[in-house]
Design a binder for this molecule. Structure first.
Ligand code: ADP
Ligand code: MG
Length: 665
């Protein structure tokens, strides 16, 4: 039983809403865990502060006063005597209890203490003293789609169903740690009765998440076939000569990265390297040099970008750097079937040295004569590990990932122990910091004025709106609304273009090219421009409802400007001043920002994992639960070494995951 329809009283509309927040089954519902808890303790009234959560006992001192506000809403007020204090009590929608609330009746109240008014605003009333324990109240993430109380209601209904959920802890480990069953743990997490059992329940569930994760990681690491690389001999002087011919000199960090990659490539060990560096730090040229080394050693290279726009940009840049002897091809969805076929043929015959495109490059129908290097740009877009994808095709090329969302080193080492890392920390010379300014909606006039100044100086502007659904249109600015406002303000003298996810690739490319050629001065878009695009004349970025974006996403967006010697600006428009937005006004350093992001949100969104599903933990947090992670790492390695020994249900479920990991990943 895992179908949401099993819930009493649920209709298609609610199911649809639940689906929209990612809840598609009973399993999803019961694993929609509270993100924190309120601990409500009995305490001395004199120690309490305004709005503290409390449990209080007392006897009724005055007959309740009941007032019906409207049909479904009543309010009752009375006084209680706690023995030391007389307190005012207010409670809503308990009018039906009035006949029982006689003078001197002992009651317990759970609620909030309003010190100013000597009052308890009660949310629960018990007609006898509660046992002298604390109460733990789960707090769920609000989602703008569904009311938290309805969500709680459905979760509680689901918990009482006879549902099944897969367990991924081998029996011997469950015994070793004296873990409770998964279902019990889930129940306790939603309905905690004591802090101790809640801790145990959470530990059980976190451990499971981390165990499964580390097992997949360990599996990939231990897979020996993955480690044997290609042998090559390349003279480093040739590489240096190539670098000398570039129109700029490389930064020290770029040079170091090149050397790291060179060493990896000539060693018989397979390269598996992550190249991290802030947007604009110059990762691309390093990847070109890597492809040059690979070319010199006689192998083919594939460079994968997350979008066709970016692939095209890479292509245009790379042909400027390589001479004509090197056959470089751009593979896009736009090509005619015949052209594509020809490219596939040339690839399989080894006539193409370097191919650039999207992840279609490693899809099943593409065959290479001798693929030696695969580079993935903005790798967080694709998912953490694509090695096995290639492995199944019989290739063992060296692999380079590039990412502008750095992950703090300690965690990277634990999580991707077999992945080497090169960091580009310094920006190319002459780069100016983007000035970041926070503005509220009320100050929009200032923003428009700033925009006008930039436009008058013949510069271009990005305007970004969050991607939103019909249902939140009331509160948020969508692309359409922003466009009409921009048209009113600037449409007479400047061209405005709009880019959004529902456009076809051709339409997007057309708009993007117009922006590149300055035929469009203001480009309004959703986050489709998030990665990579390089328009040096764009000096300003305005982000509406910016509080809706994650820290790293905002930083990436901001990286679109400040790509020249011109002064550049990023204006964050938001009526909410969040910590995230503040951090952005304070620093331009991507490594610092990722560290802060890590602290603010835990590991949740590293590598944009939401998209790849590789590291999306429900409860565990790589940082806070580091010790559990280390245990899970050790245990999972041991489990993998003794796979045949275990055949309990948990182990069987795990083996299924391993099988999946070896095929897909
Ligand atoms: P990213 O790391 O975001 O991929 P890019 O590789 O796109 O950054 O680099 C951004 C811009 O900086 C490009 O126009 C590139 O040509 C330029 N660039 C890269 N390295 C240097 C350097 N050492 N000196 C000057 N400009 C550089
Ligand atoms: Mg890039």
């Amino acid at each position: 039983m895992n179908d949401l329809n099993a819930l009493k009283g649920i209709g298609p509309k609610t199911i649809n809403t639940l689906n929209q927040i990612g809840i598609n089954s009973i399993n999803d519902l019961v694993t929609f865990y509270p993100f924190r808890y309120n601990l409500i303790k009995r305490s001395l009234i004199d120690d309490l502060k305004q709005d503290d959560k409390i449990i209080i006992d007392g006897k009724i001192e005055t007959i309740p006063n009941m007032f019906r506000i409207k049909k479904n809403l009543d309010r009752m007020s009375f006084k209680i005597n706690t023995g030391t204090h007389l307190l005012n009590v207010v409670i809503f929608n308990r009018g039906f209890l009035k006949p029982k609330l006689k003078i001197n009746t002992p009651i317990s109240l759970i609620g909030k203490y309003d010190k100013k008014h000597n009052m308890v605003i009660a949310s629960e009333i018990k007609l006898s003293f509660l046992p002298p324990t604390e109460k733990i109240e789960p707090v769920y993430h609000m989602t703008y789609k569904i009311n938290v109380n309805s969500l709680k209601k459905y979760i509680n209904l689901a918990l009482d169903l006879d549902y099944e959920i897969d367990d991924y802890i081998p029996y011997y480990l469950s015994e070793k740690y004296r873990f409770m069953s998964k279902k019990e743990a889930i129940k306790i997490v939603h309905r905690p009765s004591s802090v101790t059992s809640l801790k145990q329940a959470r530990l059980r569930l976190k451990y499971e998440e981390l165990f499964v994760f580390m097992m997949r990681m360990n599996y990939l690491r231990m897979d020996k076939k993955n480690k044997i690389g290609l042998k090559r001999e390349v003279d480093y002087d040739k590489v240096l000569k190539f670098i000398d011919k570039l129109s700029f000199s490389l930064t020290l960090d770029q040079m170091k990265a090149v050397k790291n990659i060179y060493d990896d490539l000539i060693s018989p060990k397979r390269m598996n390297r992550l190249l991290q560096g802030d947007v604009g730090s110059g990762k691309t040229i390093v990847s070109f040099i890597a492809m040059y080394i690979n070319y010199l050693s006689g192998y083919q290279s594939a460079l994968m970008a997350p979008t066709e726009i970016l692939a095209k940009q890479h292509y245009e840049n790379i042909i400027k750097v390589f001479d004509d002897k090197v056959n470089i091809v751009l593979l896009t969805g736009k090509l005619k079937a015949k052209e594509k076929k020809e490219i596939y043929k040339d690839l399989s015959e080894g006539k193409i040295d370097i191919i650039i495109g999207t992840h279609a490059l490693i899809s099943d129908n593409v065959n290479y004569a001798n693929l030696g290097l695969v580079i993935t740009d903005e790798q967080h877009r694709f998912g953490v590990n694509q090695r096995s994808n290639l492995k199944n095709k019989g290739y063992t090329p060296d692999i380079l990932y590039m990412s502008a969302t750095p992950i703090p080193r300690t965690y990277a080492l634990t999580l991707y122990g077999d992945m080497d890392i090169s960091n580009i920390k310094t920006m190319p010379k002459g780069r100016k910091e983007v000035k970041t300014i926070l503005k509220s909606e009320k100050e929009i006039k200032d923003v428009l004025e700033m925009m006008l100044n930039e436009l008058k100086a013949n510069h271009q502007i990005y305007v970004v709106a969050p991607l939103i659904e019909e249902s939140d249109k009331v509160n948020l600015k969508d692309v359409g609304l922003i466009e009409s406002n921009m048209q009113k303000a600037f449409g007479k003298y400047y061209n405005i273009g709009v880019l959004h996810g529902r456009m076809s690739n051709d339409e997007k490319d057309e708009i993007m090219n117009k922006f590149k050629n300055n035929e469009i001065q203001i480009l309004i878009s959703t986050t489709v421009i998030e990665v990579g695009v390089d328009v040096a004349n764009a000096t300003m970025m305005v982000i509406f409802d910016s509080y809706r974006f994650g820290l790293s996403a905002l930083h990436q967006l901001r990286g679109r400007v400040g790509r020249s010697m011109l002064d550049s600006y990023c204006v964050l428009v938001s009526d909410y001043k969040t910590k995230r937005l503040e951090i952005l006004t304070e620093t331009n350093d991507g490594f610092k920002i990722s560290e802060e992001d890590f602290l603010l949100r835990g590991s949740g969104d590293l590598f944009g994992i939401k998209q790849s599903g590789d590291m999306s933990f429900l409860l565990a947090d790589v940082k806070k639960d580091y010790k559990i992670l280390l245990k899970a790492k050790e245990d999972s390695a041991n489990f993998l070494n003794n796979l045949d020994k275990y055949n309990d249900q948990g182990s069987i479920n795990l083996k299924r995951i391993i099988k999946e990991a070896s095929n897909l990943d």
